[in-house]
Write a protein that binds this ligand. Structure first.
Ligand code: AVI
Length: 306
């Protein structure tokens, strides 16, 4: 009976397992998405600004790869902030297809970009980009997929390979895949990025408890969970967890699920990559690595895959 009830909300699935998990996809409700935007501007979260600086510094190089009319396709485009750098400077991009799950957000982005870039045809596709997608027809000769932000790091290694391999199927010889990846580096730098001094990442992580309360009637005490983030060196990933500070019983749809003091709920993995990881991933998915563009400290890379 309880299992039947639990299956009514996806967030509860992982809470039935041992150890308990909540899929990272549940971070991104309206508040979670706003908190993530705030994370990208934090001093400790170097990823976003570093990737933008790599793109800016690499524009001539990127332009040389885009020697023919290009359709730029972006997975999980959000506000398309980084893409603006490409749209502004890569004159061969004549079509831009942002793909995002949030239809409302996408509509706003498409409207604004169409005004800002009247020469570029902007067609939004509202879809879950991890599933097969049919793209609108385009007249360009070359397709370039852009998947920034090291979102690939939130996939498990096998999922990442399968996802890239699937994406490759919609590309033809000479098309490109631009993949943003966060690099392996000093542990203290990575851990600070996931446990910032202003507590924004902690709020982002704990927002899933608020969401459980709202959407399943769980009646959990939000202050009874604390944010934990650490680098797992063996697996090459940052792990985020919620630590239970005092025993809690869920109400509502998840009635019967109990949290014990000291228990960890695993909420996210964020894999980091060195050069050999990048090659292994690309080759397993059927791509060739044309070039790895990085900042001076090699904190982040934009990989040009073909
Ligand atoms: C979206 N993704 C690439 C972010 C990351 O760094 O793994 C999500 C995030 N989690 C905590 N801070 C940011």
């Amino acid at each position: 009976m309880r299992i039947e009830k639990v299956s009514q909300h996806g967030m509860l699935q992982g809470l039935m397992s041992e150890p308990k998990t909540i899929s990272a996809k549940y971070f991104y409700d309206e508040r979670g998405s706003a908190l993530f935007e705030a994370i990208t501007a934090l001093p400790e979260y170097y990823q976003t600004r570093t990737e933008a600086s790599i793109l800016e510094a690499s524009l001539p190089k990127l332009a040389s790869y885009m020697d023919r009319p290009v359709t730029l396709i972006e997975y999980g485009s959000g506000s398309s902030a980084k893409t603006r750098i490409l749209l502004e400077h890569l004159s061969n991009v004549n079509t831009y297809i942002p793909i995002d799950i949030s239809e409302e957000f996408l509509a706003q982005t498409v409207q604004q970009l169409s005004l800002d870039f009247p020469a570029i045809r902007v067609t939004g596709v509202s879809a879950d980009y991890t599933l097969p997608i049919t793209l609108p027809p385009s007249q360009s000769e070359k397709r370039v997929v852009f998947f920034p932000g090291s979102t690939i790091g939130n996939f498990e290694p096998d999922e990442a390979k399968a996802f890239l391999a699937n994406s490759r199927h919609m590309l033809h010889a000479g098309d490109l895949f631009l993949l943003g990846v966060d690099r392996k580096k000093d542990v203290s730098v990575v851990e600070a990025a996931y446990d910032d001094s202003a507590g924004v990442t902690a709020a982002f992580n704990k927002n899933v408890i608020a969401r459980l309360n709202r959407e399943t009637g769980a009646k959990l005490d939000e202050s009874a969970f604390s944010h934990v983030a650490f680098y797992n060196k063996r697996k090459g990933r940052i792990e985020m967890h919620l630590k239970v500070r005092s025993d809690q019983d869920m109400q509502g749809l998840g009635a019967g699920i109990q949290f014990s003091e000291g228990e960890l709920i695993h909420t996210e993995n964020s894999y980091k990559f060195d050069e050999s990881d990048i090659h292994e991933l690309a080759v397993a998915a059927g791509f060739t690595v044309r070039e790895i563009l990085s900042d001076e400290k090699e904190y982040f890379s934009v990989c040009v895959l073909e």
